[in-house]
Design a binder for this molecule. Structure first.
Ligand code: GDD
Ligand code: MN
Length: 370
């Protein structure tokens, strides 16, 4: 019995090379006497984080590495790590030493439940209650944003958690496997994703800890991650009706129409260029704008990089959108013929069909190839 694997510690990393060895040493200390493994899930960090972890893994078989190529995302990395272990309990901890690894044994004991199935727990959350941790040094902007995010999360989450945004928690792996197909996997908030995916409320307890300050490397929580948070909430609330990627793609399409009109006005009215020339330049500008914005936001997790990929992507996007435009006009003209006079409704249906076409094909052929 003593040899059974009890706990997997999943560590999502991006450019955390300087923290790897220290974290392993701290885990080794905190989990003495337990049967554990650690899984670094690294998104091919340019600083060589995965190599650093592999180097330790050659000596110490408890240390494993999943290196993902061409993908980014904290949540999806955690999900992959959590599904890659035989341990019955899995914990997720940041790779930058900001979370308190000494909580892990207590988390494990709570989830093991010591055989009494009655009142058994699903999740133990490490919560940043404590004043004096690194949140004490956050600027007022981050404090306000974090408070707003917490408030928003309470709307989708029925449970009363004091730190629903925590990235430090432990959970039973059978629960993860059951919920995995329904996770949105967007952005940073993996635990919130798990809690909201469950049809029946998960049973949880919170353990307080002090959020430490980062000493090596830097945070990856930027504006796009903040936006991804809103997207993840949207996905939970309305994703069933309008998929989140399609909503973003369409919103960017609307912005593209704005760009088109601005460029056309500038050329045609401002510079006195011919209308057709103005239209051609405006169309190319809008197309290029939409391509890059979708690449940066809608398909951030499958982003095309480097000249070759970007050029290939742009051409395929242009071809797809041209066909979309033809379908758009064709359908609008057909409906206008059929229902004489309903010009606005015909045009809108044309736009919708064009948008669905552009979205469906570009997600497969522009952003689905690498
Ligand atoms: N594999 C992978 N892919 N790992 C990532 C990625 C990614 O795209 N982005 C970040 N990470 C890793 C980092 O290397 C680090 O180990 C951990 O995820 C947390 O990232 P930080 O960039 O340090 O985030 P933070 O400290 O600002 O945010 C923490 O606090 C938030 C609450 O304010 C995290 O614990 C969040 O989960 C938490 O919600
Ligand atoms: Mn951090």
């Amino acid at each position: 019995m003593a040899d059974l694997l009890e706990l997997a510690v999943v560590i999502p990393t991006f450019n955390e090379k300087a923290n790897v060895a220290t974290l392993v040493a701290k885990l080794d200390q905190a989990l003495v006497g337990r049967n554990w493994e650690a899984i670094f899930v690294d998104d091919d960090s340019p600083d060589g984080t995965a190599d650093a972890a592999r180097e330790i893994g050659r000596l110490d078989k408890r240390i494993r590495v999943i290196q993902r190529i061409g993908r980014r995302g904290l949540s999806s990395a955690c999900i992959e790590g959590m599904c890659a272990t035989a341990a019955p309990v899995v914990a997720v901890i940041d790779g930058d030493l900001q979370h308190d690894e000494t909580l892990l044994p207590a988390m494990l004991d709570l989830l093991k439940g010591d055989g009494s199935a009655e009142g058994a727990l699903d999740v133990v959350v490490g919560s940043r209650f404590v004043v004096g941790g690194c949140t004490g040094e956050w600027d007022s902007d981050r404090v306000a944003k974090s408070a707003l995010a917490t408030k928003l999360s309470r709307r989708v989450l029925k449970a009363d958690l004091s730190d629903p945004m925590s990235g430090f928690f432990a959970i039973r792996t059978d629960v993860v496997r059951r919920l995995a197909p329904d996770l949105s996997a967007i952005g940073f908030k993996i635990m919130l994703d798990l809690l909201t995916a469950s049809p029946t409320p998960l049973r949880f307890v919170e353990l307080p800890y002090t959020f430490r300050c980062r000493t090596e490397g830097e945070s990856k929580l930027d504006h796009v991650v903040a936006m991804e948070y809103l997207i993840a909430l949207y996905d939970r609330m309305f994703g069933r009706f309008v998929p989140v990627r399609f909503a973003m793609f369409s919103a960017i399409g609307v912005l593209g129409v704005g760009i088109h009109m601005v460029v056309l006005t500038a050329l045609f009215l401002g510079l006195g260029a011919g209308f057709v020339l103005g239209e051609i330049v405006a169309t190319l500008a809008a197309l290029t704008f939409n391509f890059f914005l979708n690449n940066a936001l809608t398909y951030r997790d499958r982003r095309l990089k480097g000249w070759r990929q970007l050029a290939d992507g742009w051409v395929s996007f242009a071809v797809i959108c041209s066909v979309g435009a033809i379908a758009n006009v064709g359908i609008a003209a057909f409906l206008y013929e059929m229902r004489d006079g309903a010009w606005a409704a015909s045009a809108l249906v044309g736009v919708l069909v064009g948008a669905v076409w552009n979205y469906a094909l570009s997600s497969k052929f522009t952003w689905g190839r690498y």
